[in-house]
Ligand binder design. Structure first.
Ligand code: CMP
Length: 143
């Protein structure tokens, strides 16, 4: 089963959308194998977004993701990386399909509610920034 990584950005928590977003993720059949609320340190934020270093939105993005607690998770499912990206919607909420998470609740490209890894390799790298191996749970989904 493929694994992917996602985290709910501070505005999802501040707007009381944690339950709604996780409900959509579970409803779509993803299995949550790791989940926690935390504040992202500056070093973790820089590591997470290192590919964007130097871009004009990089520093404001780092400040935003550190502005409050986030909810990080590792999800399992068939073709999980791609399927979660579809459910999340395009980076810019104004271009995201209305049924997607960003299309439903997103207001700006910076405050786009949720990050989802864009490949299996980034999912592994990003999951390691937030979770130890011992925090990943093994269990069966009972339908
Ligand atoms: P995310 O999926 O977390 O990956 C990189 C983030 O950078 C992205 O979501 C946006 O929040 C942010 N981002 C990308 N492009 C822009 C932009 N043009 N202006 C502001 N923020 C951006």
């Amino acid at each position: 089963m493929e694994r992917t990584f996602a985290y709910l950005k501070p505005n999802s928590i501040q707007r009381g959308l944690v339950g709604e977003i996780i409900r959509r993720i579970e409803e779509k059949g993803f299995k949550i194998v790791a989940l926690k609320m935390l504040r992202i340190s500056e070093s973790r934020a820089r590591e997470l977004y290192r590919e964007h270093a130097g871009k004009e939105f990089y520093e404001p993005l780092l400040a935003f993701v550190q502005s409050g607690p986030v909810v990080a998770m590792i999800l399992e499912g068939e073709d999980a990386v791609k399927r979660l990206r579809v459910l999340v919607g395009k980076t810019d909420p104004t271009e995201a399909y209305p049924g997607s998470i960003r299309g439903s609740f997103g207001v700006s490209v910076r405050k786009n509610l949720i990050h989802a890894s864009d490949s299996v390799e980034s999912a592994e790298r990003e999951a390691r920034i937030f979770f130890d191996e011992s925090e990943i749970n093994d269990y069966s989904l009972v339908i």
